[in-house]
Design a protein around this ligand. Sequence first.
Ligand SMILES: *Cc1c(COP(=O)(O)O)cnc(C)c1O
Length: 394
Amino acid sequence: MEKNIPAENICCEVEKTSEKNYTPMSPEIVQTSSFYFDNYEDFMSASEDEKNHYVYTRGTNPTTESLEKKIAQLEQGEKCKVFSSGMGAISATLFSLLSQGDHILMVNTVYGEAVSLANDLARFGITADRVDVATTDEVAHHIKPETKIIYFESPSSQKFELLDLEKIVKLSKSKGIYTVIDGTWAGSVFQKPLSHGIDLVVLSLSKYIGGHSDIVGGAVVGTNQLVDLIFEKGHQSLGAVNSPFNSWLAIRGIRTLPVRMNHLSNAIKTVLDAFSLDPRIAKIYHPYCGNSEQKKLAEKYLTGYGSLFAIDLVDEDFDKLKIFVNALEIVSIGVSWGGFESLVLPAYKGNNLENLKNRGLPVSHIRVYLGLEEPTSIIEDFSQALDTAYGKIN
Ligand SMILES: *Cc1c(COP(=O)(O)O)cnc(C)c1O
């Protein structure tokens, strides 16, 4: 035993990784803000190229990096950068790619906060349009000479309509427009947008990838060149950095991701088959229930189904809607999705009727997330709640 080491020095000493002689099954959480350098030369070369060296966790961190490698592989991209939220990834991407005078075109119903952000960019001389198209060909009519990004989801939020990715790529490539897709719905398992030529996939890790309703996180995936640009301009400076612990939780989520997704892809068909026979559900929004055009797109681009969808109940009657939602016993009311728990999120919040009309949604529109409970018990729960609100079907 060495003696006479001051207590303060013992307390702050950290064992070097190279001195450890074990290999944990679960990855290590490198919960540190900063990293040591062995010598001055190492410090200089690391400082010059922070994205490829561990300097400070606002830039890179080993736990976060191992998550980034997994997501890049899942999305078939060269590189991934992880953020502390989906919106962190989306805002960093837009901030990095757009300049004064540029235009961003958002197609169909896009995640609301992303639309708000694009509209807010007007303060910096960037214009935005959000347009609804019935077919992908119509996107061409909305492209302007200054369009720099086409941003979309497929299927879209709220209405869950698919677009033809390859057609959008074709429209964009000749004009030097970046294509950005929010790929959250397919869980990075059922759709590979980069393999169809899309430039960047943005993701919320708060949903399927986290998978347990316990983290908020985001990611962007694409070529080394684009992701490095977003690292320099949008990650380092905007600072939406994921904590190593949340990266570790996301890695934990990914371990069961394909199993959960495959289960949900089957379960959603069981649930939607039952719902489509219920006369009290007027409309279902999900690619599995789409028209022949939507089915063709699903065939081409999806290898399975996400379990987020929407329904319109038959009467546009707020009182019945309220009784129905309150009568659900297994399914809860809540925002977000992608965890264990099935959830409903009514579109009407008491003060947004005008907004719903503008989006072409009835007051009885409800977003539904099918979780990991036994699917027939979810069908039964909906059925008994519909009985309570609308009376039994005979
Ligand atoms: C949740 C969500 C986002 C935003 O992600 P956060 O992690 O909540 O910031 C973006 N797009 C889609 C499709 C989402 O569901």
